[in-house]
Design a binder for this molecule. Structure first.
Ligand code: ACO
Length: 427
């Protein structure tokens, strides 16, 4: 028998359907409530609102569980590759060898961008933050492929997906090269996805550049860990923009802007800047813990806390170990890693953080790895963008396939009630 929930308003009882997910998550479907009763529900920040039903990613914040299409993140990070995970997220199943080889080859064939991108890039000031440039250029792909606005056949959507995954690393690397005044590198089909990106980032015409396989594998793992995270701020943005039937490029561009914010993906840059500031201040971790606890101080411990994880962030566990492994393999001794570990230790034994269930999140250690790989600080959130692309694509595709209605929340108006216009001379 299907379950229902009862809600009593002004003495009248309304029966509302209860929805149960495959992992036994429960929700009250309130979509008919306003029509039935005149009431809407209010949930600022969507702390308790399911915006959709999705079969892509399962996350249990209490137990610290994260699975893509049912596969635990730990197994994928250990054994899979970023492109295989991308295929899994977007198409729902792990690819066969043939499916994967076609997917990878298709991506290889679309890594070039239109030569006019040189002109677009040169229009940005060199000091522009790369996230702003990325968002603009990804959006501009709609100008180069205008059919993406209306063409919704499966074949065309698949082509758009391939184009986006293939061109994003080229655009990211060119954004960086432009910012430092270096010539851009063209993609090279002999490389795999991550090696191609590293080579476009760091090769110079005057020298040979060999991609270190340790570096390429570490990057691949980081991208896997960032690949999807269900209905977070940027993904919800992608879905809501896409719900207006905006193209995949425009929707993802909106997601990039949402990710840029320091409370979301922008935190990875802020973490390193915070750790550097602590180091420059003599490594006094206690002082910064005290600042984070002080309600009169706006300082927050960046890389700590999560809306959903209230136990631990499974990605942070994997990244912490990866940071140790990568730095050891590359023979790097980064004092900032020691500061990060001390900060974590002190915070995890401090009642303020314990009571509020504040744990290191995915961004806490990722910047330390990016730095070890030679990625400049203001490119950290761009790296997150490259990782999150498959998730945004999968969510946009799912929303369109399910023909979800346009996203349009309600509000409770708290402004002035009706009043008459007062001419300026009388104010
Ligand atoms: N440092 C100090 N105090 C914190 C922190 C922090 N990093 N995070 C939360 N708190 C405190 C809040 O002040 C609040 O305290 P109070 O109850 O005494 O008022 C309590 O913990 C709850 O915090 P909220 O902001 O209400 O929690 P919310 O779920 O809305 O925010 C968020 C989650 C935005 C991630 C928050 O923890 C934060 O700002 N963290 C730092 C930024 C960060 O690392 N963001 C990356 C998140 S992961 C990602 O997006 C990929």
């Amino acid at each position: 028998m299907s379950r229902t929930a009862q809600i009593i308003l002004d003495g009248k009882t309304y029966e509302l359907p209860v929805v149960e997910g495959t992992e036994k998550e429960l929700a009250i479907d309130i979509s008919a409530l306003r029509d039935l009763s005149g009431y809407v529900t209010l949930d600022t920040g969507y702390k308790n609102t399911g915006a959709t039903q999705s079969a892509i990613t399962f996350l249990d914040g209490e137990e610290g569980i994260l699975r893509y299409r049912g596969y635990p993140i730990e197994q994928l990070a250990e054994s899979s590759t970023f492109l295989e995970v991308a295929y899994l997220l977007i198409y729902g199943e792990l690819p066969t060898a043939d499916q994967f080889s076609k997917f990878e080859q298709d991506i290889r064939l679309h890594t070039l961008v239109h030569e006019d991108f040189h002109k677009i890039l040169s229009g940005f000031p060199a000091k522009a933050h790369p996230m702003g440039v990325m968002a603009s250029i990804i959006c501009s792909l709609t100008a180069f492929y205008p059919e993406a606005i209306y063409e919704r056949s499966k074949e065309y959507i698949d082509l758009t997906i391939i184009r986006l995954l293939a061109k994003a690393p080229t655009i990211a690397a060119w954004t960086y090269k432009h910012s430092i005044g270096h010539p851009v590198n063209y993609p090279n089909n002999k490389h795999n996805y991550c090696s191609n990106f590293m080579s476009m980032m760091f090769a110079l015409p005057v020298d040979d550049y060999q991609v270190n396989p340790v570096v390429a594998r570490a990057l691949d793992k980081l991208l896997i860990l960032h690949a999807d995270h269900e209905q977070n701020c940027s993904t919800s943005t992608v879905r809501i923009v896409g719900s207006s039937k905006a193209s995949l490029y425009s929707s993802v561009s909106a997601g990039i802007n949402a990710l840029w914010g320091p409370l979301h993906g922008g935190a990875n840059q802020e973490v390193i800047e915070m750790l550097e500031a602590i180091k420059a201040d003599g490594g006094n971790v206690d002082k910064y813990i005290a600042k984070a606890k002080d309600k009169n101080d706006s300082f927050r411990l960046m890389g700590f806390g999560h809306r959903v994880y209230k136990n631990f962030d499974p990605r942070a566990k994997i990244i912490k170990k990866a940071a140790d492994d990568v730095l050891t393999s590359l023979g790097i001794n980064d004092p900032v890693l020691d500061i990060a570990k001390r900060l974590e230790e002190v915070a995890l034994s401090d009642p303020y953080f314990v009571e509020r269930k504040l744990y290191p999140n995915v961004d806490f250690y990722s910047g330390i790895i990016y730095r070890a790989l030679g990625i400049p600080t203001d490119m950290f959130t761009v790296m997150f963008t490259l990782g999150r692309l498959p998730g945004w694509i999968a969510q946009w595709k799912e929303m369109n396939e399910r023909k979800e209605p346009i996203g349009r929340p309600r509000q409770i108006y708290t402004g002035a009630t009706e009043r008459n216009y007062v001419p300026m001379a009388q104010r």
